[in-house]
Each structure stands twice: as C-alpha cells, then as structure tokens.
Ligand binder design. Structure first.
Ligand code: ZN
Length: 150
C-alpha cells in the first residue's frame, strides 16, 4: 500500500512541478474563475467548447500544490469529454477526495484520495473542477468554492 501511496504522491508532485495545459487559451469560448479564500488559491479555467465537447482546455492560477496539481490533472482528464461526462467525472473525483475511496478505473484522479484526511484541503482539490463546471455552464460570473453548493 505504501508503494501505491508513493506513486500517487508522485502524480501530484509531477503535476505541480510540470503543470499541463497551463496558461490562457487563446481560442477559448468559455472561461470561469474559481477562488478558494480559505487557502488563497486562485484558478481560471479556459475552455473551447465544440458543440457539447471540450475541444481544448487550459487553466491558470496560483495557490497551494494540491489546488494547482488538481487543476493540471483535471485538464488532462477533461479534454475531449462532453459536458455530461465532465460532470460525471467530477462526481467521481469529489467522492474520491471526500471519502478516500476510488473506483479502480479512475486511475490518476485517485492520487487525491489522501486529501479526504484533510477536510480543509478538499476545497483546494475541487477548486479547478468548480471553475470548469461553471465554464461549461457558460456562466461568466466569478465562482467561489464557498458559494458552489455540493
Ligand atoms: Zn489550497
């Protein structure tokens, strides 16, 4: 089990060190901003929606390792997905970070299972996802993890 825990830790460290899809997406047609005041995390998510499918996605922001690594990993998971698939994936991710239990097929998202032991950090892990889901709804209004009801 410790090997598995180490592996998951590596996923988070790797995404924090080398964020994927970071920076403003010039072709984005949806954008939303997320803010986690309890930790000081910020995250903007840029999407290019092609019909109902996420043709491209990027994020930009600053904050703790959990928030930035989670947003980075999220972009790799959401690219090419439909809005419905993205919503379903978020439900699974939220289950992972709140219960520590991951379905086996979820793969890299399970890296964040350890977050469940630190309830204050759950908002860090879900910040980028809240922004992405708000962007998908076409809601240009700034989102905060405080106001988004689970
Ligand atoms: Zn944080």
């Amino acid at each position: 089990m410790s090997d598995l825990a180490d592996l998951y830790q590596q996923v988070i460290l790797d995404h924090n060190k080398r964020p994927r899809n970071r920076g403003r997406l010039p072709t984005a047609n949806r954008v939303a901003h997320g803010d986690n005041p309890t930790c000081g995390d910020q995250c903007s998510v840029y999407l290019r929606l092609d019909g109902d499918r996420i043709a491209d996605i990027s994020f930009d922001g600053s904050g703790c390792a959990i928030s930035q690594a989670s947003a980075s990993l999220m972009t790799t998971q959401l690219k090419g997905r439909t809005a419905a698939e993205a919503s379903k994936l978020y439900d699974e991710f939220r289950q992972i970070v709140t219960t520590g239990q991951a379905p086996e097929e979820i793969s890299d998202l399970a890296a964040f299972a350890g977050v469940h032991a630190f309830p204050a950090r759950i908002k860090c892990a879900t910040l980028g996802w809240h922004a992405a889901l708000n962007a998908l709804k076409g809601d240009p209004v700034a989102a905060t993890t405080e106001s988004h009801k689970d």
